[in-house]
Design a protein around this ligand. Structure first.
Ligand code: TXA
Ligand code: MG
Length: 460
């Protein structure tokens, strides 16, 4: 059942990207015609070139699958393939190779986009109870979840992500009772924050109970624990049905941008989780705001959708940790371990241009673009929609019309950058206010802190 489901899922979700896929021409790269028993009728896949894109491609032709002489044959859907010169009729995959792939394909997929199917959330919850991993949507980004009370299950998260063991996980809850079980005390300001912002994209760092029920692996041995109650219905139901708090970091290999749609992360996480709940694109697009309460003030450790300005309505004072905007030096200690790590960064060199006046920012981007092109290097520019017509380059992507849209799009865009094979990506900066602070915080990391601020340049 699980396999059927997966295949159906892949078929529906990847049909749309067929053209894109063909354009990449990766199909041809994978194929060697020489060993085919059907001679020119078929093509043979070379094991070492086997990649996810090709796997998807084959899965689309599934209606024509049959087993023949120990080989799994695929008659590709010829109608759909008309425009591909190089791949004609069918492909054969060595059965051994496919068997191996199939063993890894234990993931059950369920597409929740249209409606939330209780039964599927219940099945995913069963996987959590069994100590397995589930990929699930939250309102911020997708999470890879495990039973937060089960040390072995949580270990699987660290393995799947390649995450450093000193970087603690956020515990997701569906009720206040769950919080009370875990934390020493819920202070007055914390109560107010919970009342105002939960369920929602706010993570609060609490002191752990001395009699610890959350294993040390979750909190990386800290005496604190980060907790949030997501507003996404699928996420909350998953926790309710599992009846345990769920530890979940963002769904991505460590260092990569967080996943905001399944399509973006399926390649890197397929086969590593037992169940995928697909809730479509996440609403916010950036991870939760992480805060710590210090007497009657709040310290922001990671900015997010809940802004400093919103928090100021609840607390006397709201401070921003210096490492939200500044790079961590090797000799410095940090208030949140996640600050130390490389984040969101494409392999391609990225830089940001910031300034108070959009016109000047665009001028600077054009100057840098032209300089780079003169050096025979390729540039891609990411800018707000309204500025695209003023950019003196063809390679330009729309980040969005406003901060909400930029937040929603930015991780998907950063994930696509490396496919463009350019030498430099220039990104239009955003203001460091409201939701802009969270976007800036992610972008500055993606740019490895390479940022030109026009006002600073003037002072020099
Ligand atoms: O929106 C989100 O927060 C998403 C979704 C899945 O809920 N989760 C997420 O988790 O972004 P992750 O693991 O990618 O980021 C959690 C951040 C890390 O930077 C970690 O260091 C910090 O929260 N953190 C967790 N527990 C902490 C603690 N006890 N003290 C300080 N920082 C903590
Ligand atoms: Mg993360």
């Amino acid at each position: 059942m699980s396999r059927r489901k997966k295949l159906e899922y892949v078929k529906t979700r990847y049909d749309k990207t067929e053209t894109e896929f063909i354009q990449e021409n990766r199909v041809y790269e994978c194929i060697d015609f020489s060993n085919c028993p059907h001679k020119s009728e078929c093509t043979k896949v070379q094991g070492h070139r086997w990649n996810m894109s090709f796997k998807r491609f084959l899965l689309r032709g599934l209606d024509k699958v049959n087993l023949e002489g120990g080989l799994l044959c695929f008659a590709l859907n010829i109608k759909r393939m008309n425009n591909v010169e190089k791949v004609r009729k069918c492909s054969i995959i060595e059965s051994e190779l496919f068997k191996k792939e199939r063993e890894n394909m234990i993931t059950t997929y369920s597409n929740q986009k249209e409606s939330i199917k209780e039964q599927e959330i219940k099945q995913a919850a069963e996987e959590i109870k069994k100590g397995n991993l589930v990929l699930f949507p939250t309102e911020t980004v997708y999470g890879i979840g495990a039973n937060a009370l089960d040390e072995k299950a949580v270990k699987k998260i660290f393995e799947a992500k390649g995450r450093a063991s000193d970087n603690p996980l956020i515990v997701h809850v569906s009720s206040l009772a769950m919080v009370e079980d875990i934390v020493e005390k819920i202070g007055d300001l914390e109560k107010k924050l919970i009342q105002t912002f939960w369920p929602g994209p706010l993570t609060i760092i609490f002191k752990r109970k001395s009699r610890q029920i959350i294993p040390n692996i979750v909190t990386a041995n800290l005496d604190t624990v980060g907790i949030r109650m997501p507003s996404n219905q699928i996420a909350r139901k998953l926790i309710e049905y599992a009846n345990v708090p769920i530890a979940a970091p963002s769904a991505n290999i460590s260092g990569k941008p967080s996943g905001t749609k399944i399509e973006d992360i399926i390649d890197e996480l397929d086969g590593k989780v037992s169940y995928i709940l697909d809730g479509g694109q996440t609403q916010v697009g950036l991870e939760s705001t992480v805060i710590r309460v210090e007497e009657d003030s709040i310290l922001i450790l990671r900015p997010g959708k809940i802004t400093k300005e919103q928090l100021e309505k609840v607390a006397k004072e709201v401070k921003i940790d210096k490492h939200v905007l500044q790079e961590v030096n090797s000799n410095e200690t940090v208030t949140s371990p996640g600050m130390k790590y490389r984040h969101y960064a494409p392999n391609t060199k990225c830089m940001m241009v910031c300034g108070n006046e959009s016109k000047k920012v665009i001028e600077k981007i054009n100057e840098l673009t032209n300089q780079t092109k003169q050096n025979k290097k390729k540039v891609l520019v990411l800018a707000r929609k309204e500025h695209l017509p003023y950019l003196e380059t063809d390679k330009k992507w729309n980040m969005g019309d406003n901060l909400e849209e930029i937040a929603k799009n930015i991780f998907t865009l950063l994930r696509k950058v490396d496919k463009e094979q350019v030498d430099l990506v220039i990104i239009e900066g955003v203001e460091k206010q409201g939701l802009g602070l969270a976007i800036y915080n992610r972008l500055i990391r993606a740019c490895a802190y390479q940022c030109i601020t026009l006002e600073d340049e003037k002072k020099k």
